[in-house]
Design a protein around this ligand. Structure first.
Ligand code: UD1
Ligand code: PEP
Length: 435
């Protein structure tokens, strides 16, 4: 287990380029299994979850060529479906959330797929019903063995259907789209997730020969085709990294320029940070955050306390709520952070309270932050990173704090943030990785 030792309290300065989006990468890499032809991918982030998924599809028989630091060519000419029975597969596929999205492509191309209960952040119940109800509607049969937490699905024939999704699940929508593109007839997906990464997946599939319309909405029409061909695809900048860097700049009174932030794909993200009082200048595709000693949280129009809550896109992503929470610690004013989707994602506030933050955990879903307005600094402590976003939030807190902090279990952070210690060091952060 690795740790970061951080000496906090000094401002950072400089430019940072967001990595390619983790959650888009996981969808796009899975989609390469839909064709026997080469698919070339650019801006692939070098992070644990993505590397694990690339390794997994390589183990399954896809040819994986690394073209440069951020580009891969993947050719899934033959897939060894027998590998899905192996102990190695069960162990590897269980170690990340994104592996769930190999199901749709395998089902569409080979008529069967298997997966152990996937990993990912332990942030509350993470059901997969939407995925399997969708596959079932297309004509697949599935079996869940509770003994070894193993899902198997089979279908000789997939037929397009009208499907009103159980919930707007992101990976569920991606999975059903990938099964439907090679199904017979037309699938209509209602209550589909429509975040930018789903849109990117649909654009890539259309370039491969799929016929998907309704991109950007929650109503998709997918006309099935017999086969798909190769393509080239470039990932969007990671919007969660962009939000994390905005929070980092504000908390540490740093002037940071986020280069190539993909501003048109950020939805409500800049607005939510503006409501915390953070100034930002958007210049072309860059976001410049000036050094700010004070920032004041807005209230609602009637003067009542601001709430920041998550919702499926185009609402505010749940993956940035931990960062909003930590950023509010040094603001002036009060905000209620309401994490509606996940029930165990806010428990890390205990560590922030130990550091001196004024936070009341109201219940597992809601925390009120009473901003310190820099009247008092946080103090460094020893802590462990419980999940990827809480981990980065603790890192931001530690960089803003007086004294030394040690964050252990930083593998959680490495799941989603590429080489974060070196990139922050380049901005002047005093951070050291201890193995
Ligand atoms: C690999 C990947 O892409 N992971 C992302 C993906 O996970 P993932 O696709 O696993 O998340 P889902 O969209 O399925 O659901 C997330 C949670 O929200 C709940 N839910 C979902 C939709 C809805 O309308 N109402 C509702 O309550 C679900 O029950 C679940 O508890 O989307 C999540 C929600 O944006 C993000 O946090 C994850 O980073
Ligand atoms: C919850 C997240 O990831 P995963 O779905 O991979 O656990 C996240 O990226 O914040």
């Amino acid at each position: 287990m690795s740790s970061f030792r951080i000496k906090g309290g000094s401002a950072l300065k400089g430019e940072i380029i967001p990595q390619g989006a983790k959650n888009e990468a996981l969808q796009i890499i899975s989609a390469t299994l839909l064709t026997a032809e080469p698919v070339t991918l650019h801006k692939i982030p070098n992070i644990r979850d993505v590397n694990k998924l690339i390794e997994l599809i390589g183990d399954m028989g896809a040819e994986v060529e690394k073209l440069d630091e951020e580009s891969y060519r993947i050719t899934a000419k033959e897939i060894n479906v027998e590998f899905l029975e192996s102990k190695e597969y069960k162990e590897k596929a269980a170690s990340l959330r994104g592996s769930i999205m190999i199901l749709g492509p395998l089902l569409a191309r080979y008529g069967k797929a298997k997966i152990p209960k996937p990993g990912g952040d332990k942030i509350g119940r993470r059901r997969l019903d939407t995925h399997f109800l969708g596959f079932q509607a297309l004509g697949a049969k599935f079996n869940y063995s509770s003994k070894d937490a193993f899902y198997s699905i089979d279908a000789t024939d997939l037929n397009g259907k009208y499907i009103h999704l159980d919930e707007a699940s992101v990976t569920g929508t991606a999975n059903i789209i990938m099964a439907a593109v090679l199904s017979k007839g037309t699938t209509t997906l209602y209550n589909a997730a429509c975040e930018p990464y789903i849109q990117q997946l649909c654009r890539m599939l259309n370039r491969m020969g799929a016929k998907i319309s309704g991109l950007g909405s929650n109503l998709l029409h997918i006309e099935g085709v017999k086969q798909l061909g190769g393509t080239e695809h470039t990932l969007l900048p990671d919007m969660i990294e962009v939000g994390s860097f905005i929070g980092l700049a504000a908390m540490t009174q740093s002037e940071i320029t986020i280069k190539g932030a993909g501003v048109e794909h950020l939805g409500l993200i800049p607005e939510v940070f503006r409501r915390l009082g953070i100034q930002m200048v958007i210049q072309n595709d860059d976001i410049i955050i000036p050094a700010q000693k004070h920032y004041e949280i807005d209230t609602f129009i009637d003067g009542s306390i601001m709430t920041v809550a998550d919702a499926p896109w185009p609402g505010f992503t749940p993956d940035l709520l931990s960062i909003v929470l930590v950023t509010a610690i040094q603001a002036k004013g009060t905000v209620l952070v309401h994490q509606k989707m996940f029930e165990s994602r806010l428990f890390f506030v205990d560590k922030l309270i130990d550091m001196g933050a004024q936070i009341i955990l109201c219940d597992p879903h809601r925390a009120t932050v009473i901003g310190l307005d820099r009247k008092q600094n946080l103090r460094g402590i020893k802590m462990s990173s419980p999940d990827i976003r809480a981990g980065v939030s603790l890192l931001i807190a530690a960089l803003s704090a007086e004294g030394e902090s040690v964050i252990s279990n930083v593998e959680q952070i490495d799941r989603g943030y590429q080489n974060i210690d070196a990139r922050l060091k380049a901005l002047g952060a005093n951070i050291e990785r201890l193995d």
